[in-house]
Design a protein around this ligand. Structure first.
Ligand code: C2E
Ligand code: MG
Ligand code: MG
Length: 664
């Protein structure tokens, strides 16, 4: 470059100056252009780098979204996400935690590490680590509800892992939440040896990954809810919902005569007692053992019969199992199946130190043209099972149309009896009891229950008492009878003779008599009506003594102390053990009407004589039931029978009717 000497002047000199100035300008321009180029290059490079980074982030997010879309398996998706994040973003170690529902954050043994040998210690402590909310890196995420970035690894990774993190030479870490709706369900943490700086873009990316993994967890939650709802958690068998689904499909595929489908309903006998005596844990264990034996019974039946029938065993209730069968089925093979099941269940179930015997009642129904749905078929099998239960242990009943009709009638009656109790449709009729012999007169009445049915009119007890007993309503009805009879005694008009006011006899069923509060019932019925205990007589049957002779004797002793009388009803028709007759504190004995009706047979004459002699020895009054003719009354009186009742003297009649007669 030409440089003008200082002090030089003139044209030659100014030219030289101009040239120098131009050169200097050019030099500045060149410099500016270079700077601009470097700057442009730097901008372009940064742009490219940003573009590259953002492309990587986008492709990472894309991969994780694909994983989330295609997987229902939470741990596999998390593992894949850990791998991808570590490899793409340069983290050395990634680890996952789940929230256990009790605010503990527990590592789920799902992790990724770039160089296993360097991170062995950290991995070992991290894969089983647990944190409280606020504690350690995962705890901070749950506490803040947001992504956490840190360079202070020692303190933030939790005292438990600080040393290990330091030893690995880690420089930075971050952790972010995985959410299902607003609830944090998991936390993912990442550690790097290089410093990873918090940026808006990275934070956005981590949040997006959390959202995608949340979708997998939400789907898995829904799926497991569905599974739990459709499978019995105890035995692993399908539940009622699955059975209904499959049965509906099978039923829809049946030919018009609906053949080729059967339902077998099985209910364990004595399962409640196992639960009560040995606890629910044993009950649960027993159910799983029963399910296993049923499975084996079905398999062995299939092997034997080679019918190719398809089966589905479901647990549909506490101790109830249903087996759906479809394919070629014949009644013989179904009976054989039931037998196989009973055989398999017969050996005692060994549970710890105890062994339990549990049989089952089995009901079977096969598809017929009358069946309109799978439900209908199942209902019939259920009815058959209830019949089997009535027959006792380990029985099988095949559903028939006749059985259906009679069971449906019984069910209807049960409903009506329940209604009758709540609507107060019962009333008492009274049959007079007379002294036998020349000076015959009314000594008392027997209160007899009638049901004033809204459609059928008056119905006698033989038609509904057994049903009331089945549905557990007998004691309630009996208590009402006791109160009503005492109230009737109070309402009874005075008789012509004042010495011995007539008694009212009330029939008491064993289940009522043996209730712990029966004595109180009697007391409060008498007190409520304000009548003398001597006007009340209770009639029990021999069954009471058979069930619990000692308890029965205690009750009788107590109420007789107050003056209440006690009679043994229907004597001769039941167990008739003389030994308990001696133990029972009784006042009278009623000879059953079947003996009276057959008085013309010498055998019955002898029985009645023997009963009368026995009663006399025991100082009991004898009452003969069912006297219909004068001849019967005469013979009975001649044997020494003191009292009698029967159509000869009067039929049971409503209170207003009979008491009106009394007054007259
Ligand atoms: P039960 O206690 O032996 O009552 C006598 C039954 O014989 C009554 O039948 C009565 O109507 C009937 N009877 C009376 N005289 C004659 C007769 O001359 N000929 C014939 N063929 N029958 C006669 P009912 O009223 O149908 O009662 C049947 C059974 O129902 C009673 O037998 C009793 O065991 C039971 N029962 C009636 N009312 C009640 C009650 O309030 N509670 C309980 N637990 N059982 C009752
Ligand atoms: Mg009676
Ligand atoms: Mg009787």
């Amino acid at each position: 470059m030409a440089v003008m000497k200082p002090g030089s002047t003139g044209n030659g000199c100014s030219e030289a100056n101009d040239a120098e100035a131009r050169i200097a300008r050019l030099e500045r321009q060149v410099l500016r252009e270079r700077m601009a180029r470097i700057e442009a290059e730097a901008i372009a490079e940064k742009g490219l780098r940003d573009l590259f980074e953002s492309t990587r982030r986008i492709s990472l997010l894309q991969k994780i979204t694909e994983i989330a879309n295609s997987s229902n398996e939470v741990n596999a998706s998390i593992k894949a996400a850990l791998d991808e994040v570590c490899c793409t973003l340069g983290y050395d170690f990634g680890n996952a935690f789940m929230l256990d529902g009790e605010n503990r954050i527990c590592a789920c043994d799902t992790w990724f590490v770039q160089e296993p040998q360097d991170f062995a210690r950290l991995v070992a402590v991290s894969r089983k680590a647990e944190f409280e909310v606020g504690q350690g890196l995962p705890g901070k995420v749950v506490a803040s509800g947001d992504i956490v970035w840190t360079r202070d690894l020692y303190s933030i990774s939790g005292c438990t892992r600080g040393k290990e993190a330091d030893a690995c030479g880690l420089a930075s870490a971050c952790a972010f939440p995985v959410r299902v709706e607003n609830e944090i369900v998991a936390v993912l943490e990442f550690f790097a040896r290089k410093p990873v700086h918090e940026t808006k873009e990275l934070s956005w990316l981590m949040n997006q990954i959390g959202t995608q993994l949340g979708r997998v967890m939400e789907r898995q939650r829904a799926w497991s809810l569905l599974q739990t709802a459709r499978h019995d958690t105890l035995t692993g068998l399908p539940n009622r919902a699955i059975l209904a689904d499959r049965a509906q499909a099978v039923f829809a595929s049946l030919p018009p005569d609906k053949s080729g489908m059967a339902m077998l309903v099985l209910d364990l006998n004595g399962f409640k007692a196992v639960n009560d005596r040995h606890g629910h844990h044993s009950g649960d264990k027993l159910l799983t053992l029963v399910a296993a034996r049923l499975g084996r019974a079905i398999m062995s039946w299939q092997e034997h019969h080679r019918l190719g029938a398809k089966t589905l065993l479901a647990r549909t209730g506490g101790d109830e199992f249903v087996l759906m069968l479809h394919g070629h089925l014949d009644p013989k093979s179904l009976s054989f199946l039931a037998e196989t099941i009973h055989d398999r269940l017969a050996p005692p179930f060994r549970m710890g130190n105890t062994s339990l015997n549990v049989g089952a009642s089995v009901g079977i129904a096969t598809g017929t043209t009358v069946h309109e749905s799978h439900d209908h078929l199942l209902r019939d099998a259920d009815l058959a099972m209830y019949e089997a239960k009535k027959l006792g242990q380990s029985r099988t009943v095949m559903f028939t149309r006749e059985l259906g009709t009679s069971v449906r009638r019984a069910r209807q009656l049960e409903g009506e009896v329940r209604d009758a109790v709540t609507k107060g449709q019962f009333q008492l009729h009274y049959q007079p009891i007379f002294s036998l012999g020349p000076n015959t007169r009314i000594c008392g009445f027997e209160a007899l229950l009638r049901w004033n049915h809204p459609m059928r009119g008056l119905i006698g007890p033989d038609e509904f008492l057994a049903c009331a007993e089945d549905i557990g309503a007998l004691s309630t009805i009996g208590e009402w009878v006791l109160y009503e009879a005492c109230a009737a005694i109070a309402r009874m008009p005075p008789m012509g003779y004042a010495d011995d006011a007539p008694f009212v006899s009330v029939n008491i069923a064993p289940e009522q008599f043996l209730l712990p509060n029966f004595v109180d019932q009697v007391k409060s019925a008498l007190n409520g009506a304000g009548v003398s205990p001597s006007r009340l007589k209770i009639e029990i049957t021999e069954n009471v003594a058979i069930i619990d002779a000692a308890a029965a004797a205690a009750v009788l002793t107590e109420i007789r102390q107050w003056g209440v009388k006690a009679s043994l009803d229907d004597f001769g028709t039941g167990y008739s053990s003389l030994s308990y007759l001696h133990q029972m504190p009784l006042d009278s004995l009623k000879i059953d009407k079947s003996f009276v009706a057959a008085l013309h047979e010498p055998k019955n004459v002898n029985i009645i004589r023997a009963i009368v002699d026995l009663a006399r020895d025991l100082e009991l009054t004898i009452i003969a039931e069912g006297i219909e003719t004068g001849e019967q009354a005469r013979i009975l009186a001649s044997f020494g029978c003191q009292l009698g009742q029967g159509y000869l003297f009067g039929r049971p009649r409503a209170q207003w009717d009979i008491f009106g007669l009394l007054a007259a």
